[in-house]
Design a protein around this ligand. Structure first.
Ligand SMILES: Nc1ncnc2c1ncn2[C@@H]1O[C@H](COP(=O)(O)OP(=O)(O)O)[C@@H](O)[C@H]1O
Ligand SMILES: [Mg+2]
Length: 242
Protein backbone atom coordinates (compact mmCIF):
# COMPACT_ATOMS: atom_id res chain seq x y z
CA UNK A 1 0.00 0.00 0.00
CA UNK A 2 1.32 3.43 -0.89
CA UNK A 3 1.10 6.36 1.48
CA UNK A 4 -2.06 8.34 1.05
CA UNK A 5 -1.25 11.86 -0.14
CA UNK A 6 -3.92 13.08 2.27
CA UNK A 7 -2.09 11.83 5.29
CA UNK A 8 -0.16 14.62 6.95
CA UNK A 9 3.56 14.01 7.07
CA UNK A 10 4.80 12.97 10.50
CA UNK A 11 6.61 15.69 12.42
CA UNK A 12 9.40 14.35 14.53
CA UNK A 13 9.45 15.37 18.20
CA UNK A 14 12.63 17.43 17.78
CA UNK A 15 11.04 19.54 15.04
CA UNK A 16 7.87 19.92 17.05
CA UNK A 17 9.83 21.05 20.09
CA UNK A 18 11.73 23.60 18.01
CA UNK A 19 8.49 24.83 16.49
CA UNK A 20 6.82 25.22 19.87
CA UNK A 21 9.92 26.90 21.30
CA UNK A 22 9.99 29.31 18.37
CA UNK A 23 6.32 30.12 18.84
CA UNK A 24 6.73 30.76 22.56
CA UNK A 25 9.69 32.98 21.83
CA UNK A 26 7.78 34.95 19.17
CA UNK A 27 4.90 35.54 21.58
CA UNK A 28 7.17 37.18 24.12
CA UNK A 29 7.85 40.27 21.99
CA UNK A 30 4.25 41.41 21.44
CA UNK A 31 3.54 40.60 25.08
CA UNK A 32 6.28 42.90 26.21
CA UNK A 33 4.93 45.64 23.89
CA UNK A 34 1.46 45.17 25.36
CA UNK A 35 2.93 45.37 28.84
CA UNK A 36 4.73 48.60 28.04
CA UNK A 37 1.63 50.25 26.60
CA UNK A 38 -0.49 49.14 29.53
CA UNK A 39 2.03 50.79 31.83
CA UNK A 40 1.71 54.03 29.83
CA UNK A 41 -2.07 53.79 29.97
CA UNK A 42 -1.96 53.25 33.72
CA UNK A 43 0.26 56.28 34.14
CA UNK A 44 -2.11 58.48 32.10
CA UNK A 45 -5.25 57.45 33.95
CA UNK A 46 -3.63 57.58 37.35
CA UNK A 47 -3.34 61.35 37.01
CA UNK A 48 -7.12 61.74 36.60
CA UNK A 49 -9.59 62.03 39.46
CA UNK A 50 -12.97 60.36 39.48
CA UNK A 51 -14.74 57.02 39.42
CA UNK A 52 -14.12 56.21 35.77
CA UNK A 53 -10.35 56.79 35.82
CA UNK A 54 -10.07 54.72 39.02
CA UNK A 55 -11.99 51.91 37.39
CA UNK A 56 -9.84 52.13 34.29
CA UNK A 57 -6.63 51.95 36.36
CA UNK A 58 -7.99 48.87 38.10
CA UNK A 59 -8.79 47.23 34.77
CA UNK A 60 -5.38 48.07 33.35
CA UNK A 61 -3.71 46.52 36.41
CA UNK A 62 -5.66 43.31 35.92
CA UNK A 63 -4.57 43.24 32.29
CA UNK A 64 -0.96 43.82 33.32
CA UNK A 65 -1.11 40.94 35.79
CA UNK A 66 -2.51 38.63 33.14
CA UNK A 67 0.19 39.66 30.68
CA UNK A 68 2.80 38.91 33.32
CA UNK A 69 1.20 35.56 33.99
CA UNK A 70 1.32 34.72 30.29
CA UNK A 71 4.93 35.77 30.20
CA UNK A 72 5.68 33.47 33.14
CA UNK A 73 3.95 30.57 31.42
CA UNK A 74 6.02 31.15 28.29
CA UNK A 75 9.24 31.38 30.28
CA UNK A 76 8.51 28.14 32.14
CA UNK A 77 7.75 26.52 28.82
CA UNK A 78 10.93 27.81 27.20
CA UNK A 79 13.03 26.58 30.12
CA UNK A 80 11.47 23.16 29.71
CA UNK A 81 11.56 23.01 25.91
CA UNK A 82 15.14 24.20 25.37
CA UNK A 83 16.67 22.06 22.68
CA UNK A 84 20.04 23.75 22.30
CA UNK A 85 23.12 21.86 23.35
CA UNK A 86 24.52 21.78 26.84
CA UNK A 87 27.37 24.15 27.53
CA UNK A 88 29.52 21.86 29.60
CA UNK A 89 32.31 23.00 31.83
CA UNK A 90 34.36 21.32 34.52
CA UNK A 91 33.17 22.37 37.95
CA UNK A 92 32.50 20.94 41.39
CA UNK A 93 29.07 20.21 42.80
CA UNK A 94 30.22 21.83 46.00
CA UNK A 95 30.75 25.17 44.29
CA UNK A 96 27.49 25.05 42.34
CA UNK A 97 25.38 24.00 45.31
CA UNK A 98 26.90 26.76 47.43
CA UNK A 99 26.05 29.37 44.79
CA UNK A 100 22.44 28.27 44.53
CA UNK A 101 22.01 28.13 48.30
CA UNK A 102 23.47 31.61 48.65
CA UNK A 103 20.85 32.80 46.19
CA UNK A 104 17.90 30.89 47.66
CA UNK A 105 18.56 31.16 51.40
CA UNK A 106 17.27 34.71 52.10
CA UNK A 107 13.77 34.03 50.73
CA UNK A 108 13.62 30.69 52.55
CA UNK A 109 14.72 32.28 55.82
CA UNK A 110 12.04 34.90 55.47
CA UNK A 111 9.55 32.02 55.57
CA UNK A 112 11.23 30.37 58.56
CA UNK A 113 12.88 27.69 56.43
CA UNK A 114 16.51 26.74 56.96
CA UNK A 115 18.71 25.36 54.21
CA UNK A 116 21.53 23.16 55.48
CA UNK A 117 24.22 21.54 53.37
CA UNK A 118 26.44 18.49 53.73
CA UNK A 119 28.91 18.69 50.88
CA UNK A 120 31.41 16.03 49.94
CA UNK A 121 34.63 18.00 49.58
CA UNK A 122 36.51 15.06 48.09
CA UNK A 123 34.25 14.82 45.07
CA UNK A 124 36.17 15.19 41.80
CA UNK A 125 35.04 17.86 39.34
CA UNK A 126 32.47 16.91 36.74
CA UNK A 127 31.10 18.28 33.47
CA UNK A 128 28.03 20.41 34.01
CA UNK A 129 26.01 22.98 32.17
CA UNK A 130 26.18 25.34 35.10
CA UNK A 131 23.14 27.43 34.18
CA UNK A 132 20.92 24.42 33.77
CA UNK A 133 22.23 22.62 36.82
CA UNK A 134 21.44 25.67 38.94
CA UNK A 135 18.00 25.86 37.37
CA UNK A 136 17.34 22.24 38.34
CA UNK A 137 18.52 22.66 41.90
CA UNK A 138 16.57 25.89 42.27
CA UNK A 139 13.38 24.19 41.04
CA UNK A 140 13.80 21.56 43.76
CA UNK A 141 14.45 24.13 46.46
CA UNK A 142 11.41 26.15 45.37
CA UNK A 143 9.22 23.04 45.51
CA UNK A 144 10.51 22.16 48.97
CA UNK A 145 9.96 25.73 50.12
CA UNK A 146 6.47 25.85 48.69
CA UNK A 147 5.63 22.56 50.40
CA UNK A 148 6.60 24.02 53.79
CA UNK A 149 5.76 27.71 53.55
CA UNK A 150 2.84 28.89 55.55
CA UNK A 151 3.88 26.57 58.32
CA UNK A 152 6.58 28.98 59.49
CA UNK A 153 9.31 26.39 59.95
CA UNK A 154 11.09 23.65 58.06
CA UNK A 155 14.46 22.40 56.93
CA UNK A 156 15.79 21.77 53.45
CA UNK A 157 18.86 19.56 53.44
CA UNK A 158 21.15 19.42 50.44
CA UNK A 159 23.75 16.71 50.36
CA UNK A 160 26.38 15.76 47.82
CA UNK A 161 28.10 12.42 47.82
CA UNK A 162 30.17 10.27 45.51
CA UNK A 163 28.60 6.93 44.73
CA UNK A 164 31.06 4.94 42.65
CA UNK A 165 31.22 6.51 39.20
CA UNK A 166 28.27 8.78 39.96
CA UNK A 167 27.88 12.06 41.75
CA UNK A 168 24.75 12.33 43.83
CA UNK A 169 22.96 15.52 44.81
CA UNK A 170 20.16 15.00 47.25
CA UNK A 171 17.51 17.55 48.21
CA UNK A 172 15.51 16.60 51.23
CA UNK A 173 12.67 18.38 52.96
CA UNK A 174 10.58 17.67 56.02
CA UNK A 175 7.40 18.98 54.44
CA UNK A 176 4.09 17.14 54.06
CA UNK A 177 5.35 14.78 51.35
CA UNK A 178 3.28 13.52 48.42
CA UNK A 179 0.35 11.17 48.17
CA UNK A 180 0.96 7.99 46.16
CA UNK A 181 -1.07 9.52 43.35
CA UNK A 182 0.99 12.71 43.23
CA UNK A 183 4.24 10.76 43.47
CA UNK A 184 3.24 8.73 40.46
CA UNK A 185 2.45 11.79 38.35
CA UNK A 186 4.77 14.49 39.66
CA UNK A 187 7.31 14.19 36.81
CA UNK A 188 4.67 14.55 34.14
CA UNK A 189 4.51 17.72 32.12
CA UNK A 190 1.80 20.10 33.41
CA UNK A 191 1.00 18.01 36.46
CA UNK A 192 0.51 20.32 39.42
CA UNK A 193 -1.42 20.34 42.68
CA UNK A 194 -0.87 24.08 43.13
CA UNK A 195 -3.32 26.82 42.29
CA UNK A 196 -0.72 28.79 40.38
CA UNK A 197 1.65 25.95 39.54
CA UNK A 198 3.19 25.52 36.09
CA UNK A 199 3.59 21.78 36.47
CA UNK A 200 6.87 22.06 34.58
CA UNK A 201 9.33 22.25 37.48
CA UNK A 202 10.11 18.59 37.99
CA UNK A 203 9.75 17.72 34.30
CA UNK A 204 12.42 20.37 33.65
CA UNK A 205 14.67 18.96 36.39
CA UNK A 206 14.35 15.53 34.85
CA UNK A 207 15.16 16.81 31.36
CA UNK A 208 18.22 18.65 32.63
CA UNK A 209 19.55 15.66 34.55
CA UNK A 210 18.93 13.29 31.65
CA UNK A 211 20.60 15.69 29.20
CA UNK A 212 23.69 15.20 31.40
CA UNK A 213 23.23 11.43 31.04
CA UNK A 214 22.20 11.23 34.65
CA UNK A 215 18.92 10.30 36.26
CA UNK A 216 16.42 11.53 38.83
CA UNK A 217 14.84 9.54 41.65
CA UNK A 218 11.93 10.72 43.77
CA UNK A 219 10.97 9.35 47.16
CA UNK A 220 8.03 10.77 49.06
CA UNK A 221 5.13 9.73 51.20
CA UNK A 222 2.56 11.64 53.24
CA UNK A 223 4.02 12.88 56.51
CA UNK A 224 7.57 11.84 55.67
CA UNK A 225 8.82 14.69 53.55
CA UNK A 226 10.33 14.41 50.11
CA UNK A 227 13.71 13.22 48.87
CA UNK A 228 14.91 14.16 45.39
CA UNK A 229 18.06 12.49 44.15
CA UNK A 230 20.00 13.69 41.13
CA UNK A 231 22.68 11.36 39.79
CA UNK A 232 25.35 12.65 37.42
CA UNK A 233 28.04 10.58 35.75
CA UNK A 234 31.58 11.39 36.88
CA UNK A 235 33.16 9.52 33.99
CA UNK A 236 33.43 12.36 31.46
CA UNK A 237 35.96 14.41 33.35
CA UNK A 238 37.97 11.43 34.44
CA UNK A 239 38.26 10.20 30.86
CA UNK A 240 39.23 13.69 29.77
CA UNK A 241 41.85 13.78 32.51
CA UNK A 242 43.37 10.62 30.98
N1 LIG B 1 9.10 18.90 47.84
C1 LIG B 1 7.84 18.56 47.56
N2 LIG B 1 6.96 18.25 48.55
C2 LIG B 1 5.69 17.91 48.28
N3 LIG B 1 5.17 17.86 47.03
C3 LIG B 1 5.98 18.16 46.00
C4 LIG B 1 7.34 18.52 46.21
N4 LIG B 1 7.91 18.74 44.99
C5 LIG B 1 6.94 18.55 44.08
N5 LIG B 1 5.78 18.19 44.67
C6 LIG B 1 4.51 17.88 43.98
O1 LIG B 1 4.77 17.67 42.60
C7 LIG B 1 3.97 18.56 41.82
C8 LIG B 1 4.72 18.94 40.56
O2 LIG B 1 5.84 19.77 40.86
P1 LIG B 1 6.43 20.72 39.73
O3 LIG B 1 6.67 19.92 38.50
O4 LIG B 1 7.58 21.45 40.28
O5 LIG B 1 5.23 21.70 39.38
P2 LIG B 1 4.63 22.89 40.29
O6 LIG B 1 5.63 23.21 41.36
O7 LIG B 1 4.44 24.01 39.33
O8 LIG B 1 3.34 22.36 40.83
C9 LIG B 1 3.65 19.70 42.75
O9 LIG B 1 2.48 20.38 42.36
C10 LIG B 1 3.50 19.00 44.09
O10 LIG B 1 2.23 18.41 44.22
MG1 LIG C 1 7.68 23.49 41.01
Amino acid sequence: MTDSPLRAPAVDPQTLARLAGGLAHELKNPLSTINLHLALLEEDWQEEDGVKPRRTVKTVRILKEEVQRLNGILEDFLRFARTDRLELQATTLQEQVEQVVLFAAPEAERLGIRIQTYLDLEMPPLQLDVGRFRQALLNLIINARQAMEGRGHGTITIMTQRQGDQALVEVLDDGPGMTADTLQQCLQVYYTTKKEGSGLGLATVRRIVEAHEGHLEVESSPGNGTRMRLFFPLKTTELADG
